[in-house]
Structure formats: C-alpha cells, structure tokens
Write a protein that binds this ligand. Structure first.
Ligand code: ADP
Ligand code: MG
Length: 592
C-alpha cells in the first residue's frame, strides 16, 4: 500500500532510547498492554456490546515473538499512519526532550509518554496487524525495524482489534521466558480494567491474570474487611493480617484513590519496611515514589492511584509541584484523622496497635512538623504498668521527669526498684526512641527524660552520715577500686531496697552522646568514655558484712558484685562471662 518515512530529527533515535531505558525495559509490556486496554475501552464506549473483551499476551519461543492482542477498536491504515507514525513519535520526541542530560535525579517517573515506541526497546522489528471496528474498512499491516522507514500494507486480521507483534532481539531473548513475562505482567498489569490472559506455552487458555475491579475503586462502605485482608495478602505476600487500613476515595479537588495498610511489625523497625505502590488509572507506575509520598509513609504498605499526577515529568519537578504537595498533604491528613479517631473511639484497639504503629508515628513526627501537629495529642507512652498514657498524663501522675527503660531484660533490677516505689516507668526500647526522646524534649521544655539507670536520686535515701559510716564507706570504696576499670567511679549509698548489693549508674547526657555517635558510625564511639558509677548499697547485707571477712574473700565478693551489677546493665563480653562463670562455681564450692 504505502512506504513512508517517519519524520525524525535524529536518525539513530532508537539506539539512544534503548540505551537510556536499559534499566527499565520491562515497561514496554505495560505500555502495550495498557494501549490494548485503552483500545477495548474505546470500543465499548462507541459500540457497547456483550462481546467478551480481552487482551492476550502470547510468547512464541520458536518464532522469537511476543504478541499483544486485543479485540478493541482497531485502526484503519490512515489511523495507523496518524496515531502510530505521527502521534506516537511526537511522544518520543517529547520524551527525548525531557530526558536530555537525564541523570538519575531528573529521570522521568515510569517513562510515561514512551507509549507504543517502547516496543523497540526489545525488538528488531515491530509489526501491527489491525482491523478497525468501523463498517467496511480494510485491515492494515504495519511494520518497522526501528529505523526511519516503515511499511504499511494490506493486513490479514478478520476481526476488529489489534495484534502488536514484537520480534525480540537476540540480546533481549530472556523476554521470551514465560516466567519473566508473567512476572512483569503481574507487576504492572495486575489491576488493569480489562481481562488480561497469558496462557502457558502450548495451552489454549490460561487463567485471567488481573483483577479488573481493584478494591480501591470501590466505595469504602461497599468493601468488606475480608476483601481488604485478601488484597493485602495477595499484593504484599504478607501472611500476617494488617492491623487496620485507610481507604481513600475522593474525586475532588483531585482524583485520589487508594488504600494504606498499617502492617504488623515482625521485628524491630528498619527504615524501609513497607511498600507503597503508585498507580495511574490502575496502571502500576512504581513502588515507593518518595516525591509523591512522604518518606515516613513508606513504612506503610498500600496503593495510591492518582490519575491527576503528572507522572511523565522529572522527579525534581514533582518535588516542587503544587498539586503533588496537596495530594501528599491530603494523604497525611487522612492518616492523622484515622489515628485520631482510633484514639478517641477505640482507645483499647489504639493501645493494642501502638506497639506496631509507634515507630511509624514517631518517625512521622520527627520528619514532618505538620504531621506532628496533627497527632501530638495522641502520642502515648507504654509503661511498666501496662498502661498507655500521654505525656501530660504521665506528668500529672509522676512529675516532670519521665523515667524510661530501654530494655526490660537489662534494666529489670532498676525497673523493680522503681516499681517498689510506685514510680511508673515508660518503655522506650527502640533505636528510634533515642531520637524521639530528644525530639520530645525540644517540644516540651518542662519535661525531661531520664533512663532509669541514670536516676540514682529516685532510688536512694537522703541521710546524715555518722563518722563511723563515712569510715566504712571509704574502706568499701578501696576494696572495690581494686576491682573496677579505670574511670569507673564508686559511690556508697543507702538504696531504698536491700535486695541489691550494687547498681551501675550511667550519666544520661554522656550515654546519649555515645548512642548518637554510635548511630552515626562506630569510629567516633571511643572518643566518649562512659560516665559510669558503681553505687554500693549500704542497706544490703553482703555489703554491710563483707568488710569483716579476709582480704581474699573481700576481693572475690567485690568482683562478683561488680559483675552482677554490670550484667543487670548491659550484655557481657564473652571473656568476662567466662571469668564470671568460673568465679561463680568457685563461690558455690565454698558452700559444700
Ligand atoms: P498514548 O497511549 O499515550 O496515546 P501511545 O504511543 O501508547 O500513546 O499510542 C499512540 C496511539 O496509537 C494511541 O493513542 C492509539 O490511538 C494508537 N494505538 C496504540 N495501540 C493501539 C491498539 N492496540 N489499538 C488501537 N489503537 C492503538
Ligand atoms: Mg499508550
């Protein structure tokens, strides 16, 4: 019929595209399958009909082809000329324009706009067999090798619709692997609005690959809990059920649909736990697009579908786009609203969830002032009394110092001392809490946080000391000086409990600086010595009596008491543990 020339400015445009897109070749399938869906949607709009709409993706390993076939609206030869050779190509030119000087940062999100021509990323030759649904038109056949020339001839298709046939290049032959193709389709096409099929090699039919009616397009009132849970498990391969979720479905002032799940934490929180999938009209674009979704939300799992987002622009543009900011702010507001309503209406559930959601909330507060403002009144402290109370509630009951423990194991002795005195201790066991404590102190100038092993004043009594007591203290100090490392201070006090012979007290400030520097990198760690004090308890019978024993026994007891104090403060080094065990056995030997 015709031989034509694609109007090109750069003759070797395709090799350049191929090179640029190398890392993201998969998207050709998304583009072609979504074109097929578009064609079917157009057909239905104009012709309606009962006919089963479907897209089939067929891999022929022998012929080295991938065919994407639809029974949509099809194209006349003239339309092929117009839409494929002219329009689609201008898309490529825009794309090139955007991509110029494209480093990682300015990359175009998901390469929207590449459209049809992305087929050439993996093909030597691309063919189109198409028949328009219009009455009395002839089928057309188009073929192009990615150069500037194409052939447009009479086609063979008998039924309306289009086949796009990709002759896969040698280098890209792994795209002829069925598992690979299935994987890509599942990633990008799982929620396309038209049934997509990918039959196994040789099989006539296969199961439908996609869910054409994603839950987030429905009204929240029409969705059942089981459906959310099923979707969550299917998409995120998480056996656990999500704790709860937020379903967003709004049309105005922008089009935003999506579901965000709060996952159950399985181990201590790590930066990127979750996955938020960004969709554009049911077409998957990318995971965790931090330009659109604040980074702390990436601890959640879910999907955000936002047809309004200008996804074919560069990432740096997105960061500064007013609409993106509004959408992002809206999502944050929805989350804060949901949390607040849980707190107000389902306080028990809120408390139950707190252990899992607190890293997210705390991280969010520190990252985003607006989020903090919205949730500051619903931040709670979990305490050793198994309560969840707000900071003002804590202050009201316990005063301006918030005593906290970072480990129920290593600080159990201290926790007991505090319990005996009826002081409630907050549990802040995570790495993140170190930062959060600092953060809360900047927000509440009247409140100070003190780890319980820094709070000697709360566990000792004040008293006038007689000369005889002072004398004994000095002797005790001497004995223990022979046992502790350099730099460890020794202090004798009357603790409020007689159970413990000794306690380690660490300065809150020094410990915090050390923790911070450790988090920033171990190299700075040794620059800060511990500010460590061994506090001996006059009230304890061992301490009270040990000076009456011989020197050898005194030293033995001092070592043991020091080790026990250390063990109740931090994990013990292997050599020390060995020594401790040998000594303990020796002590037992004294009993027999
Ligand atoms: P876009 O989809 O953004 O319009 P594409 O490059 O993907 O850009 O496609 C260009 C045009 O080619 C489409 O707008 C459509 O008119 C036509 N087209 C592509 N694929 C098909 C198809 N399978 N059936 C009918 N028309 C198609
Ligand atoms: Mg397209």
């Amino acid at each position: 019929m015709a031989k034509g020339n694609i109007t090109v400015h750069t003759e070797n445009i395709f090799p350049i595209i191929k090179k640029w897109l190398y890392s993201d070749k998969d998207i050709f399938l998304r583009e072609l399958v979504s074109n097929a869906c578009d064609a079917i949607t157009k057909f239905k709009k104009i012709y309606g009909g009962e006919e089963e709409a479907r897209v089939d993706v067929i891999v022929d390993k022998k012929a080295k082809t991938i065919t994407i076939s639809d029974n949509g609206i099809g194209m006349t030869a003239e339309e092929v000329e117009r839409y494929i050779t002219q329009v689609a190509f201008s898309g490529v030119e825009d794309f090139m324009e955007n991509y110029k000087g494209g480093d990682e940062k300015t990359r175009i999100i998901g390469h929207f706009g590449m459209g049809f021509y992305s087929a050439f990323m993996v093909s030597d030759v691309v063919e189109i067999e198409t028949l328009s649904a219009q009455e009395g038109v002839a089928p057309a056949h188009w073929s192009c090798d990615g150069g500037v020339e194409y052939d447009l001839t009479a086609g063979a298709r008998q039924k309306h619709g289009t086949d796009i046939i990709l002759h896969v290049t040698k280098e890209d032959k792994d795209f002829l692997d069925a598992d690979k193709v299935r994987g890509i389709l599942e990633k990008y096409c799982a929620f396309l609005p038209v049934p997509v099929f990918f039959p196994e090699a040789g099989a006539e039919a296969g199961p439908q690959l996609n869910d054409t009616d994603p839950l987030w397009y429905k009204k929240p009132s029409e969705c059942k809990d089981e459906e959310y849970i099923e979707l969550y498990r299917r998409v995120f391969h998480d056996y656990n059920e999500p704790l709860f979720w937020i379903h967003m479905n709004i049309d105005y002032p922008f089009d935003l649909k999506g579901i965000l799940f709060f996952p159950k934490l399985t181990h201590e929180f790590e930066a990127k736990e979750g996955v938020v999938k960004l969709f554009n009209n049911k077409v998957f674009v990318a995971d965790n697009v931090s330009e659109v979704i604040p980074d702390y939300l990436l601890l959640l799992k879910g999907m955000i579908d936002c047809p309004d987002l200008p996804l074919n622009v560069s990432r740096s543009y997105l960061q500064n786009d007013a609409k993106v900011r509004k959408i992002s702010a809206h999502i944050v507001k929805k989350i804060a609203d949901k949390l607040t309503s849980l707190y107000k209406k389902e306080r028990e559930n809120y408390n139950r969830y707190w252990d899992d959601i607190n890293p997210f909330i705390k991280y969010g507060c520190m990252r985003d002032e607006k989020f903090y403002e919205k949730v500051k009144d619903i931040l709670v402290l979990k305490t050793t009394k198994d309560r969840y109370i707000t900071l003002p509630e804590y202050k009201e009951e316990n005063g301006e110092t918030v005593y906290y423990a970072t480990s129920e194991v290593y600080q159990s002795q201290y926790i007991n001392l505090f319990k005996e005195q009826g002081i409630e201790v907050a549990l802040l066991p995570m790495m993140l809490d170190t930062h959060f404590v600092q953060f809360m102190e900047t927000k509440h100038e009247d409140i100070h946080f003190k780890r319980i092993d820094a709070a000697l004043d709360s566990v000792k009594t004040e008293e006038e000391l007689s000369d005889a007591v002072k004398e004994t203290d000095e002797q005790l100090t001497k004995v223990f000086q022979g046992v502790v490392e350099e730099g460890v201070k020794i202090q004798v006090e009357t603790l409020r409990s007689e159970e413990l012979p000794a306690l380690i007290i660490l300065s809150e400030e020094t410990r915090r600086i050390k923790e911070m520097s450790t988090m920033m990198g171990a190299s700075m760690r040794f620059a800060f010595p511990d500010d460590k004090t061994l506090v001996l308890n006059r009230n304890n019978p061992i301490i009270a009596k040990m000076l009456s024993l011989d020197e050898e026994k005194q030293a033995l007891i001092a070592r043991q008491v020091y080790d026990l104090a250390r063990m109740t403060n931090e994990p013990m080094a292997p050599e020390l543990m060995t020594e401790f065990i040998i000594r303990s056995n020796k002590l037992l030997g004294l009993l027999v």
